[in-house]
Design a binder for this molecule. Structure first.
Ligand SMILES: CC(C)(COP(=O)(O)OP(=O)(O)OC[C@H]1O[C@@H](n2cnc3c(N)ncnc32)[C@H](O)[C@@H]1OP(=O)(O)O)[C@@H](O)C(=O)NCCC(=O)NCCS
Length: 169
């Protein structure tokens, strides 16, 4: 399988926030934003693997800024690292100023997807080679995040989390 760059999986979803998607403060409801992030990230993982993909875990989401009703929201997803059958996807969320068009970062998230065959069994994905400085930083830290997620979900023992142990040595 030929290695791919993060750019090849780049996925951008731009949409408005409508009144039915808000909380009582008229800001975008968190679950609605998570769904938009999941959709963009899923397409990104599919573009990288060209397989059926399923969300394995949501490793991190930061709701740093509220997104008011009527905002134009852009969700940008790119695969940050591919392992054997799983892919980490970084999602950046931007809000666009109506008058200037300037985009401000509002939120971000990190999801993990697994490529599966038609019966739902995990299947190998192409390697990812990061290009930009940011892509390299995200790639380098992805193994720690994978091990932390596996540790928290009880799928590995602390002694197997080698990349995490290295942080404290
Ligand atoms: C995701 C799923 C395919 C993993 O199956 P599994 O039996 O745990 O398979 P494996 O143990 O072989 O793990 C497959 C890969 O997922 C990774 N993985 C599994 N759970 C993970 C987690 N919580 N965090 C990060 N990675 C995880 C494994 O490390 C492995 O990665 P690698 O092959 O790249 O090294 C399976 O749990 C599943 O189908 N879950 C339901 C998915 C779904 O329906 N999502 C939508 C939400 S409703």
């Amino acid at each position: 399988m030929q290695a791919k760059s993060p750019e090849e999986s780049k996925t951008i979803l731009t949409d408005m926030v409508l009144p039915g998607e808000t909380n009582p403060l008229n800001n975008l409801f968190g679950g609605e934003l998570l769904a938009r992030m999941d959709r963009a990230a899923s397409i990104s993982a599919r573009r990288h693997s060209r397989r059926i993909v399923v969300t394995a875990s949501v490793n991190h989401v930061a709701f740093n800024r509220a997104v008011p009703s009527g905002s134009v929201v852009t969700v940008e997803a790119k695969v940050s690292r591919a392992f054997k059958t799983s892919m980490e996807v970084f999602i950046d969320v931007w809000i666009e100023d109506r008058e200037s068009g300037k985009k401000t970062k509002a939120n971000e998230g990190i999801y993990t997807f697994v490529a599966v065959d038609a019966t739902g069994n995990p299947i190998a994905v192409p390697e990812l080679i990061p290009v930009s400085q940011l892509e390299k930083e995200r790639f380098d830290a992805a193994l720690r995040r994978k091990q932390l997620s596996l540790l928290l979900s009880g799928k590995i023992k602390p002694s197997e989390a080698t990349a995490l142990k290295a942080l404290f040595e």
